[in-house]
Design a protein around this ligand. Structure first.
Ligand SMILES: [Zn+2]
Ligand SMILES: [Zn+2]
Length: 255
């Protein structure tokens, strides 16, 4: 049993394709997937997927790459998260790679999500790109460790991973861990404690080897888990069991 801890099945790429996506998951031994919210406008779509399918869950949040998504309020996030299939707050965080200029609004939006997570007692799904120092600083300042969460689609250094783990966070590896030039990332995947790792696809993006060029989908989390198993010199069953147990401990899904 494997879980895709991060995918975007509400995106247009999957319109009318959910039945085949679910069938592919079943064929690959992927039992569940967490559908991640990126704006409050799109939130009803991810929530609808979670309500319609027993093995899909959802989150609520506004992604840092959406500058025009409008204001986000703690109370609104907490209210929307009050649902048995909404497992987390996010994705939220900082992205200094995609957007430039004065990004104080990103940091404020991130703080709002952390406050909501602490208030509702659900964990955070965190996106961080080219902003590791500020991400760790804000997590610390806002005492985000009290809510816990995951740094998803991790691409930072082992030192950054360790700093997040020390605060109580998990680290999630995507298809990037299968890419030829991702040696440093594989080092992090090798070195972290087994109870601190998750696997994800971030579908529809970042299809892992050997599916490069294809539309990514939750079934391919199996290839991510196989890559993590290889670098940790263990087998797929061990990584599946560990990452599924870690998912359950963090997100407390009603399965
Ligand atoms: Zn992300
Ligand atoms: Zn995402």
């Amino acid at each position: 049993m494997l879980v895709d801890s991060h995918c975007h099945l509400d995106f247009d790429e999957f319109r009318d394709r959910i039945p085949e996506v679910l069938a592919e998951m079943a064929g690959a031994g992927v039992s569940h997937a967490l559908c991640i919210s990126v704006t409050l406008n799109d939130f009803p779509r991810v929530k609808g997927l979670a309500e319609a399918h027993a093995n899909l869950f959802a989150t609520v949040g506004v992604h840092p790459d959406y500058p025009d998504a409008g204001a986000v309020a703690v109370g609104d996030l907490v209210r929307r998260a009050d649902h048995p299939k909404i497992l987390a707050i996010g994705e939220t965080g900082l992205d200094y790679y995609r957007l430039r200029g004065d990004l104080e609004w990103q940091r404020e939006r991130f703080r709002t999500h952390i406050r909501a997570a602490r208030e509702c007692g659900k964990p955070l799904v965190i996106h961080t790109r080219a902003a590791a120092e500020d991400t760790l600083r804000i997590l610390r300042e806002e005492r985000a460790g009290e809510a816990g969460g995951v740094l998803h689609c991790f691409t930072e250094t082992l030192d950054v991973a360790r700093a997040a783990v020390d605060m109580g966070f998990l680290i999630s590896f995507s298809g990037i861990v299968t890419f030829k030039n991702a040696g440093a990332l594989r080092e992090a995947a090798r070195a972290l404690p087994p109870d601190r790792i998750l696997v994800e696809t971030d579908a529809p993006y970042l299809a892992p080897v050997p599916h490069r060029g294809k539309l990514n989908q939750p079934a391919f989390v199996r290839d991510v888990a196989e890559a993590v198993a290889r670098v940790r010199e263990t087998d797929l069953a061990t990584i599946s069991a560990a990452t599924t147990a870690n998912f359950a401990a963090l997100f407390r899904p009603p399965w």
